[in-house]
Design a protein around this ligand. Structure first.
Ligand code: SF4
Length: 291
């Protein structure tokens, strides 16, 4: 996956794993299949965290709504990040037709949250509280649950008895491990039973491992993907301590100054970044390093 310009000696290398994961491909295919059946579709929030994908679907007639009441008779598509059970229930109660593209990995995390809650555990979700997947997980975990990335935000009076920890699927393994270790060192005195469910997505992990390996062989890494995409941001966070790294959404954001003196340029991309966005970046890098 590397191309070397013999004249300039610049090598542009793609990570061994990058771009669309199976969950995102499946979600988009489900929408395209529904379009082929002439369904009018609205997605509840963006189907994936990538503006180019959202724009492409919009050109095909799929709009984004923020609330189920905006569906106006359209079929609602639930994103791969899933939904909380109360919103799903509301969709069903209002008899709105819907397409559920929730990824199987997210579904497993939802089941883990719900199982822990049913078994009487206080559920701690390692994740960004405002992220759609995490909002859904909180719904599945019920009232005795919290989501955070920072152990310091946990309330000592609630972390006692039975405590279960799981993660937003796209977090990094190292950070999840660190979080769990900190929970143990701060709260084990008051915890009777601690259950840790590994809900990290393997697809995400493969992209993170490939990004780190790429960073070690590069003197510049470009991470391509939506700024609101958690897994894309994590790729940049993993590469940054190793090598100069820039997170961009589109090829046009690459600055010539970044490339000065760089001979080994790496490119990686989040799980919601389409192939065409990656190819545009490679093409622009080729153009900017041609001479
Ligand atoms: S990143 Fe993982 S959890 Fe998220 S949609 Fe892709 S496969 Fe599913």
């Amino acid at each position: 996956m590397a191309a070397r310009n013999k004249k300039t000696g610049v090598t542009i290398r793609k990570a061994d794993r990058l771009g669309f994961c199976f969950g995102v491909r499946r979600a988009i295919k489900m929408l395209e299949d529904a379009l082929a059946e002439n369904k009018n579709i609205s997605t509840l929030n963006p189907i994936v965290h990538n503006q180019q994908v959202v724009d492409r679907l919009s050109r095909q007639g799929i709009n984004v709504i923020k609330n189920i009441d905006e569906a106006a008779g359209n079929t609602i598509a639930v994103s791969s990040h899933g939904l909380s059970p109360d919103v799903l229930q509301e969709i069903k109660a209002k008899k709105i037709s819907f397409i559920d593209t929730t990824c199987v990995n997210v579904r497993s995390a939802q089941k883990a949250a719900s199982d822990l809650a049913e078994a009487g555990f206080y559920v701690v979700i390692f994740g960004e509280a405002a992220h759609p997947e995490v909002r859904g997980l909180l719904g599945w975990a019920g009232k005795k649950a919290v989501a955070t990335l920072d152990v310091k935000e946990l309330d000592k009076s609630l972390l006692k008895g039975k405590v279960g920890i799981l993660s937003q699927t796209t977090q990094s393994q190292l950070q999840f491990q660190d979080f769990v270790n900190k929970v143990i060192s701060r709260f084990l005195n008051s915890i009777v039973e601690l259950r840790i469910i590994n809900t990290l997505c393997l697809e995400t992990k493969k992209r993170q491992d490939a990004a780190l390996s790429l960073a070690r062989k590069s003197d510049l890494v470009i991470v391509v993907g939506g700024s609101s995409s958690a897994n894309t941001r994590h790729l940049a966070e993993i590469c940054s301590p190793v090598v100069e790294t820039h997170h961009i959404e589109t090829a046009g954001q690459i600055k010539q100054s970044w490339l000065k003196g760089k001979k080994k340029i790496g490119v990686t991309a989040g799980a919601s970044t389409p192939d065409e966005a990656i190819e545009e970046v490679i093409q622009r890098l080729n153009n900017l390093t041609r001479t």
